[in-house]
Design a protein around this ligand. Sequence first.
Ligand code: COA
Length: 164
Amino acid sequence: MCSMEIEIRSLEDGEERPIELMLLADPSLSKIREYADSGQCYIAKYNDETIGVIVLKATHPDTIEIVNIAVREDFQGKGIGKKLLQYAIHTAKDQHAKTLEIGTGNSSIHQLLLYQKCGLRITGIDRDYFTREYEEEIYENGILCRDMIRLSMELQHHDGGEGL
Ligand code: COA
């Protein structure tokens, strides 16, 4: 549980993007710039400092994808990632999306735990995505990050709409 008083809000127009934080989740600056332009960025603030970020992007019809999620290293493991994910679930529902998606590396063991604890389920594997899309090799937990594990969640709506 996160007992810290944090505020999560949309990044305002003209406010600087927390690129350093986003780089923790994605080593590609060009990809970050691309989805930061087309997506919606939300930040977690604690005592006026930006300590977390989550970027949502509408991809397929009725589908919102979490394209970046990161918590500042000295604030990790305190439940903030979970709060950001819960915020994303609420936001996607508010925007009437039916599905929330995320992709992560086969080597991202803690992330896979977190996403499944938050209710997302593995739906597919994009084999060799990272070896294809990233110039530098990525190693985590002693293994090469090669495949993208895709997870998703069907969103419940309380207005009689579809969704599980
Ligand atoms: N060891 C074991 N489990 C961990 C873990 C770790 N180091 N970090 C997270 N988890 C799992 C736990 O299961 C935990 O659940 P619990 O509280 O029920 O035990 C759950 O994740 C929630 O952890 P939380 O404290 O909310 O996560 P966080 O604030 O550290 O945020 C990340 C998670 C992934 C956003 C954060 O670690 C991060 O920024 N990592 C670097 C960037 C990144 O990898 N982004 C995702 C790219 S796909």
